[in-house]
Design a protein around this ligand. Structure first.
Ligand code: 5GP
Ligand code: ZN
Length: 113
């Protein structure tokens, strides 16, 4: 999608600190990290949100798999981490391209705000 921020990161039109990539997904560091490890895992193909994923829902499994691998590579898998998909305005979604937050490296409180 031409104007989508994360599609532009996939196309390398906007720089990002990429930590993992495969044929379906890309993982890169969040520009405003909320934890020592804060990585976004996205599908390369534009999907607006979890609400819009429909028949492409299989990609969510690929995102989860990449998050697990990145968590291990970042050294947070043993102590634990959190994965979050914000959906829509009440869900706190600010970028309209499906993404999974991987947060770790500190004690994360619950419930989130
Ligand atoms: P959301 O609030 O939609 O769940 O999360 C969007 C995330 O994208 C935020 O954590 C925000 O910091 C991150 N973000 C916004 N713009 C950029 C950018 O240009 N580059 C990177 N790496 N992250 C971004
Ligand atoms: Zn997009």
């Amino acid at each position: 999608m031409a104007d989508c921020l994360f599609c532009r990161i996939v196309r390398r039109e906007i720089p990002a600190q990429v930590v993992s990539e495969d044929d379906q997904c890309l993982a890169f560091r969040d520009i405003a990290p909320q934890a020592p490890t804060h990585i976004l895992v996205i599908p390369k193909a534009h999907t607006a949100s979890l609400e819009a994923v429909g028949d492409a829902a299989g990609v969510v499994g690929a995102m989860a798999r990449m998050a697990q691998q990145v968590a291990r590579a970042e050294g947070v898998a043993v102590t634990g981490y959190r994965t979050v998909i914000n959906t829509g305005s009440d869900g706190g979604q600010t970028v309209g391209h499906l993404h999974l937050h991987l947060l770790g490296g500190r004690d994360l409180t619950w419930p989130p705000g």
